[in-house]
Design a protein around this ligand. Structure first.
Ligand code: ZN
Length: 355
């Protein structure tokens, strides 16, 4: 009898260990994995054993990282595969993924692009006869909303009519779980961001997958103000493009956003329930450049701003003494300061209204 109780107890422990290891115990949360695919982009979403994969990095990263990562998690089927746009750092890895897993359906932007990688990707979908959907604004991916903890899975972009540039027509997805939401932005740039803001799309999200690897052609201030994220994830690796841009990091930091990048933290996993969110990764700390307070700045301080010499520095001081200064924009009235220099001053200076 005693032995039986012990056996039952051991079996229970084994079951708990097994279910934790294989994720069955995590059914009350949705897991979002931002995979470390180097310079590229790949996100895996798991809820109630349903899986979504958005992009898969380059073909190399797909083979070396994405396929083994999914297999290690015991995944053999991807219910929804999303290709945000035809660039190889996003769709290249989808080729080994298509070769290794059963796929429920594919959603993609459907832009025209001539590259061998894109051709191979499309051919594989045709060959495997996988249902293919053109993602367009306001569509909902119903198969993911059913039988999962995900409340809404909506396409926000591209619109019916494409705008200029492959990046700018990336598929943008918003995912909602209870009070939390995620915004997946592909590689959209400021033109698409502005369009989305003007269309009054509901962009608010607790977690923003930062567009285009943190490039300063994206993450405009207006867009960040519309999204109001508390967490930002930047998929980025070693590159020669200067990603992520310091300006973007500072824009996020100024808004109190916690920043995580795959370059610093490796693969980032976020667990979400109806009312909680947990990030298991090292945070990226952004050291803010010391900005110059305009109304108390000396000539030497002002001359630290690129493009401002002794003459302009003196004119700014004179302007402040004569007119006061209630907004940096007023400096456009200073002889010699044009819109481009004004933008640069804004990057390097501020007004402390408490003084
Ligand atoms: Zn990219």
């Amino acid at each position: 009898m005693k032995v039986n109780v012990r056996a039952a107890f051991l079996a229970l422990i084994l079951f708990l260990v097994y279910s934790t290891v294989f994720g069955f115990a995590a059914e009350s949360s949705v897991e979002i994995h931002f995979l470390d695919v180097g310079q590229g982009d790949s996100t895996l979403i798991i809820s109630n054993e349903k899986t979504v994969l958005i992009d898969a990095g380059t073909t190399f990263a797909g083979q070396a990282v994405v396929v083994p990562y999914l297999k290690n998690l015991g995944i053999d089927r991807i219910d929804v595969l999303i290709a945000t746009h035809p660039h190889s750092d996003h769709i290249g890895g989808l080729i080994p993924v298509l070769e290794n897993f059963a796929i429920g359906e594919v959603w993609a932007d459907g832009q025209i692009h001539t590259s061998r990688t894109y051709e191979n990707f499309l051919n594989l979908i045709l060959k495997k006869d996988i249902p293919f959907n053109l993602a367009r604004a306001n569509q909902r991916v119903r198969s993911i909303e059913e039988n999962t903890l995900i409340d809404e899975f909506i396409v926000l972009h591209p619109q019916e009519e494409f705008i200029n540039g492959l990046n700018n027509n990336s598929v943008v997805i918003k995912l909602k779980i209870g009070e939390h939401s995620f915004l997946f932005t592909g590689d959209i740039e400021k033109e698409a961001e502005e369009l989305l803001v003007n269309l009054k799309s509901d962009l608010t999200a607790s977690v923003l997958k930062v567009a285009h690897h943190g490039s300063d052609t994206s993450s405009s201030e207006k867009f960040l103000d519309a999204v109001q994220p508390s967490i930002a994830v930047i998929p980025v690796g070693e590159n020669t493009y200067g990603h992520p841009s310091k300006i973007v990091l500072e824009r996020l930091a100024e808004r109190g956003v916690k920043i995580y990048s795959t370059a610093n933290a490796g693969t980032i996993v976020i667990s979400v329930t109806q009312d909680s969110i947990q990030v298991n990764a090292l945070e990226t700390v952004v050291r803010m450049e010391e900005k110059i307070e305009l109304r108390t700045a000396t000539k030497q301080d002002l001359m630290k701003i690129p493009g401002i010499g002794e003459v302009l520095a003196q004119r700014i001081i004179d302007y402040c003494q004569l007119h006061g200064l209630t907004s940096i924009d007023e400096l456009i009235n200073v002889n010699g300061i044009g819109p481009a220099l004004l933008e640069r001053i804004k990057q390097h200076a501020y007004i402390d209204f408490s003084l």
